[in-house]
Design a protein around this ligand. Structure first.
Ligand code: PAF
Length: 328
């Protein structure tokens, strides 16, 4: 009787000693984004990094890698997160459906009325569930930051109504809901990783793209012939901050709580700086020669893109979509 008892005590002591030094725990982490350094993803990321460093008295260091330094596109960087080669990633939802299909529900056109509606849904139970769903893909969803409402840009001429853009060759994200919506609207869309888009537009392989004002501004898309910016606001683009589950699970509970809490806290800051800067950026680019089309007939885009709701109804039940649309 004595021997198993002694063995048990030794085992328990060894386990207790082992817990704080988990093999997965890293004190220096990599945070990646696809966007240019002064895009709001990176302003939010720097704030997150500073807070984590301050709150751990420098015990945890995080280095920021913006502008696709760690991968050709967001899909590739997410694979890096799954494998634990990249610890943290702020990304659009563009390629995320291939990893966690439920997230694509946010990609439907004209789903959100305005920023208040966005905050209500993303900060509520629907948003939490979508973040938690990433666990099945070995990814920890920490919080929703944002890219913003997406707008159409092109090199050919002002687009006011959906009829003005018929046949226009545009790049979409690698996202089947977006691709179908633009096809339904009569455009000629091609999915492409972000790293290839600037050159494709310079060379005239495509005539346009769609992204929020912050991306247009930070990437200086007017230098890639994108002289026309139409405020279509056809879809809202959230930007989850995701973490390698392997790395997250390897951290002690107090650090896990710190990361989760800080990511949510920074979400408020990051969304605010993004929204606050939009109007001044529009005025600045207009001053530089961009034609900003403000009086877009959004209803014409909404109607033309509406068939996607039926097209994907097998994957995203109408009731779930309506729960988002009717949230008040
Ligand atoms: O268009 C995209 O792919 C995304 O919006 C971008 C620019 C990579 C930011 O997440």
């Amino acid at each position: 009787m004595k021997k198993p008892f002694v063995f048990g005590m030794v085992l328990m002591t060894l386990l207790a000693l082992a817990i704080p030094v988990s093999a997965e725990y890293k004190a220096t982490m990599k945070l990646a984004t696809a966007t240019a350094p002064d895009h709001p993803y990176n302003v939010g990321a720097q704030k997150f990094i500073d807070l984590i460093q301050e709150r751990t008295n420098g015990r945890i260091q995080i280095k920021l890698y913006p502008a696709l330094q760690l991968g050709k596109g967001e899909r590739e960087m997410l694979e890096g997160v799954q494998q634990g080669a990249i610890d943290l990633l702020v990304t659009s939802t563009g390629p995320l459906g291939g990893f966690s299909p439920s997230i694509n529900i946010l990609d439907f056109p004209f789903l959100f009325r305005d920023f208040d509606h966005v905050d209500l849904v993303l900060d509520g139970p629907i948003g939490r569930k979508l973040l938690d769903d990433f666990e099945k893909a070995n990814v920890k969803g920490l919080a929703f930051w944002e890219n913003g409402f997406r707008h159409l840009t092109n090199s050919k001429g002002p687009v006011k109504t959906v009829a003005d853009g018929q046949g226009l060759k545009i790049r979409t994200m690698e996202n089947k809901v977006h691709l179908s919506a633009w096809k339904a609207a009569g455009f000629n869309p091609t999915p492409m990783a972000w790293g290839e888009v600037f050159t494709a537009m310079q060379q005239g392989v495509i005539n346009g793209q769609e992204n929020p004002i912050a991306v247009y501004y930070a990437t200086k898309l007017w230098d890639a012939k994108q002289k026309y910016l139409s405020l279509t606001a056809h879809v809202y683009s959230p930007a989850p901050i995701l973490m390698s589950k392997k790395v997250f699970d390897g951290m002690p509970p107090e650090d896990q709580a710190l990361f989760s809490r800080t990511a949510l806290e920074v979400a408020k800051f990051q969304r605010k700086i993004n929204r606050d800067a939009e109007e001044s950026r529009l005025q600045e680019v207009a001053g530089r020669g961009t034609t900003v089309v403000r009086d877009v007939d959004r209803e014409s885009f909404r109607k033309a893109m509406a068939p996607v709701f039926d097209q994907f109804s097998g994957q995203f039940p109408k009731a779930d979509i309506e729960a988002i649309m009717n949230a008040k």
